[in-house]
Design a protein around this ligand. Structure first.
Ligand code: PAF
Length: 295
């Protein structure tokens, strides 16, 4: 068990940083950690835990979002991979990250925000129109605070990785984004902090999402001809939408860098097949995300 330094201010973080030499790997999180979050590939690893208000719309689950700092601390303290441990948890307050304040009502917001046009509006951005503005803004702030050489994000939130890679490229940020493979529950369900909202039984039924994405992948891999998107996803749509409590928000076949929708795909052409599925239980609806990269 390691005693990890907990840092709450940017000033303190910079002063810690001035004592280090060697690359810093950064894992931004909103806490409620699970195995999918973690990587220890650098001499120093900073994990941030910050539930970012600007990526929640009014009415979303900002207040009820799981906050499990003690449990997160204990998971991180017990983590040792090839003798490497987490160096710092950066857990700032809202006013540290938003020194001029932050209003959830977009029309009242003032100050600097980051928008990554072209890849933020579709898919998740359709249902959550200002989500990626909030994510890009906070991640840029966190990058400025931590100044890492490498930053790690999970493939489960594939659109987030596309948006942030584009931000890094377009704003000439001196770091590399590494996308970590999706970590799954034994049932196949992609790990997510919001899975804790589901009962055991619905969690296990939710494995149909990944099972059927794999079926789509099989259709693509076994074909020697160009296929239409419909040929790949129509069975997925029928099976999921016919399952009680499940409703597809989107199933997308898109270019992995631009997220432009593809109507057809040739053998060997790469693309991302991604989905969001609404799952309803006890009058509460959550969206489960998953994806597979076809190549
Ligand atoms: O993926 C998340 O947990 C969040 O969107 C992130 C990247 C930590 C920004 O708040």
């Amino acid at each position: 068990m390691t005693d990890i330094k907990i840092i709450r201010t940017v000033k303190e973080l910079r002063s810690w940083k001035s004592t280090t030499s060697g690359s810093i790997g950064f894992v931004p999180t909103m806490g409620a950690l699970h195995k999918g979050h973690l990587s220890l590939d650098n001499p120093y690893t900073v994990v941030s835990i910050f539930v970012n208000p600007s990526q929640f719309a009014p009415g979303e689950d900002l207040d009820s979002y799981p906050r499990t700092f003690d449990q997160d601390y204990s998971i991180l303290s017990n983590l040792k991979i090839q003798n490497k441990t987490v160096s710092v948890i950066f857990a700032p307050t809202i006013s540290e990250m938003y020194p001029s304040g932050i209003d959830l009502d977009l029309t009242k917001q003032k100050g600097a925000f980051v928008t990554v046009l072209g890849v933020s509006e579709q898919l998740e951005g359709k249902t959550r129109p200002n989500f990626f503005r909030g994510v890009s803004t906070v991640v840029l702030k966190l990058f400025n605070a931590v100044q890492p050489q490498f930053a790690y994000f999970g493939q489960k939130d594939i659109q987030q990785t596309v948006v942030l890679k584009r931000m890094v490229k377009d704003l000439l940020l001196p770091l590399e984004i590494i996308v970590m493979p999706i970590v799954r529950e034994d049932s196949g369900l992609a790990l997510s902090s919001r899975n804790s909202y589901l009962s055991e039984s619905l969690r296990s039924r939710s494995s149909i999402i990944y099972e059927n994405l794999q079926e789509c992948e099989k259709i693509y891999q076994e074909s020697h001809n160009e296929l239409t998107k419909d040929e790949i996803v129509s069975r997925f749509i029928d099976l999921i939408n016919n399952e009680p409590d499940f409703q597809i928000d989107y199933i997308s076949l898109a270019n992995l860098e631009t997220l432009e929708e593809l109507s057809t795909i040739k053998p060997g052409q790469s693309a991302v097949l991604s989905t969001a599925v609404y799952v309803t239980e006890n009058n509460r609806t959550i969206r489960l995300l998953d994806n597979i990269i076809l190549n």
